[in-house]
Design a protein around this ligand. Structure first.
Ligand code: FAD
Length: 492
């Protein structure tokens, strides 16, 4: 490979692009990542990771306090979900701010030998049957870079998605204005539950609070840096070219709560956020692939940040795509493997669209929504409902169609102390080495304390499971996911 060609180009070194770069490198293919910013982004967006992705990050050795522990409660549309009685609570949380995560992944990518070309903007792409060509504007001028595949991890406004003619249908709630700022809030107003007592307005808990005139959010995740946010419906027009100010946020809080919340600005060196978003987009790419171009993360899906599902979705897109794309480039991918990226991940994104739209609807103002929330609150008391919503929010209800009927197949593998595999792994209690003909591509570990014979994909999902060794079934699964055997297995 020369300076102007490589196997895979990734456009965008946000968390999802960097995660994919690490996955590819672990699978033996080193991509080039193009990123327009001069270094890892310090933009404060996500406050952390929630759901199955925390277990996936732990699986890759990236989570610090292994094993992840689930949280005792969470919010769904500003309603408390209490997990005290929930068996197998899937809601793990890792409160890692997005700039820290981005830096962590950039460091991991560098350690794995990935070249990130900071300060390089992708300005155009073309493709033919043999390769894809990116036009790049770098610090020393323009040039082209060719590759077998290009992955667009360039965010919700993805240039690559637009240039590839991939549609981005969905819904925009035009009458909704969200405002968010970092500020200092007087200690005297704090309550032991992490919320606030605001004179003239009442008590507001940590996180989302729905009131008749909108949504109010308060969360102090880092000492001295309170996040204060509002969502207003049908509010008057704003000049979107005017920069957002703390006064604008203060006025919005007063409108929503009917009382003033005293707030002081943070010093500029703390990089405080002041953000206004007019209209809420919920959009999903109509396909994830156009020939040699694939979409990843926000380039493929955007939705409300309520409940923090974005990186649970995007980072698991990267885990799903990495090993498949690496197998394709290395020439041992079975036919159709790469297309399972879209067939597996797009339905997961559809469920995130569904639950974030539902949450947005349930915090809207008005007596009808108040009644709906009351009914919803009653439903939450019924057996099984909290667990259903917890699995939906965590994404642990994801089950891929692997063609195997065993109840564990298609699910994320249970927590097992078998290291951090980034390669296919057979957990075999039989000791007969039934995947010997796939050696070099599939690792086999002789274990005794597993619920079944498990064939685990590099993304941690179970490709095949059986309580008794069914050699034909296992070999069919190995061929389906990892290509044909090198030679006839002694066991087969
Ligand atoms: C206020 C807010 C709060 C959020 N809270 C949460 C939360 O708590 N939990 C959660 O999981 N998610 C949250 N999200 C969502 C989360 O931030 C996104 O899902 C995430 O940033 C998507 O990562 P990405 O890598 O796909 O895209 P991005 O983070 O957008 O990264 C795209 C990268 O591509 C680069 N780029 C773009 N165009 C080009 C180009 N032409 N050439 C080269 N480089 C290019 C950009 O500079 C950028 O670095 C929140 C979002 C917001 C706005």
């Amino acid at each position: 490979m020369s300076e102007n060609s490589c196997d895979i180009i990734i456009s965008g070194a946000g968390p999802n692009g960097l995660m994919l770069a690490c996955e590819l490198a672990l699978a033996g293919v080193t991509p080039i990542v193009l990123e327009r910013t001069p270094g890892p982004s310090t933009e404060q967006k996500a406050n952390g990771l929630v759901g199955s992705v925390v277990r996936a990050m732990d699986m890759r050795g990236l989570y610090p306090d292994t094993p992840p522990q689930p949280v005792p409660a969470y919010l769904f549309s500003a309603m408390t979900l209490n997990f005290a009685d929930l068996h197998d609570n899937p809601m793990c949380m890792w409160p890692i701010p997005q700039p820290v995560l981005t830096r962590l992944l950039a460091d991991r990518a560098a350690t794995l030998g990935v070249e990130v070309r900071w300060g390089h903007t992708l300005t155009d792409i073309t493709q033919d049957t043999g390769q894809v060509t990116a036009t790049v504007a770098g610090p020393t001028g323009g040039h082209t870079l060719t590759a077998a595949y290009l992955v667009a991890a360039d965010g919700g406004k993805s240039l690559v998605r637009k240039r590839s003619g991939i549609g981005f249908p969905g819904f925009t709630a035009p009458d909704r204005i969200s405002r968010l700022g970092h500020a200092t809030v007087p200690a005297a107003l704090r309550t032991p539950d992490g919320g606030l007592d605001i004179p003239g307005a009442g008590h507001f808990r940590f996180g989302h609070n729905r009131v008749e005139r909108g949504l109010f959010v308060f969360a102090e995740l880092q000492p001295g840096r309170a996040i204060v946010a509002t969502v207003e419906h049908g509010a008057g027009p704003v000049d979107e070219d005017t920069p957002m100010t703390l006064d604008e946020l203060r006025d919005s809080v007063t409108r929503v709560l009917g009382a003033e919340l005293p707030m002081l600005p943070l010093p500029p060196d703390l990089n405080p956020v002041l953000r206004r978003v007019v209209g809420q987009n919920t959009r999903l790419a109509d396909r994830y692939r156009d020939g040699r171009v694939l979409l990843l993360g926000d380039a493929a899906h955007v939705h409300s940040a309520m409940g923090g599902p974005g990186l649970n979705l995007g980072l698991q897109d990267a885990l799903n795509l990495g090993w498949k794309l690496a197998a394709e480039v290395r020439g041992h991918a079975p036919a159709g493997l790469l297309d399972t990226y879209e067939s597996e991940r797009r339905p997961v994104a559809e469920r995130v669209m569904m639950q974030t739209l539902a949450q947005s609807a349930l915090v809207a103002p008005g007596p009808e929504i108040t009644a709906l929330r009351k009914l919803f609150g009653e439903l939450l008391d019924l057996p099984g409902v909290t667990g259903h919503i917890a699995r939906l929010l965590a994404g642990s209800d994801t089950r891929y169609d692997t063609g195997c009927a065993h109840p564990l197949a298609g699910h994320l593998a249970p927590d097992l102390t078998v290291g951090t595999p980034a390669r296919p792994l057979l957990l075999d209690p039989t000791g007969t080495d039934p995947a010997a003909a796939w050696s070099g591509r599939v690792d086999t570990l002789r274990v005794t304390d597993v619920p079944a014979i498990l064939l685990i994909r590099p993304d941690g999902y179970i490709a095949w499971a059986a309580t008794e060794l069914d050699i034909e079934g296992l070999h069919a699964a190995l061929t389906r996911w990892f290509g044909p055997a090198h030679r006839l297995s002694a066991a087969g």
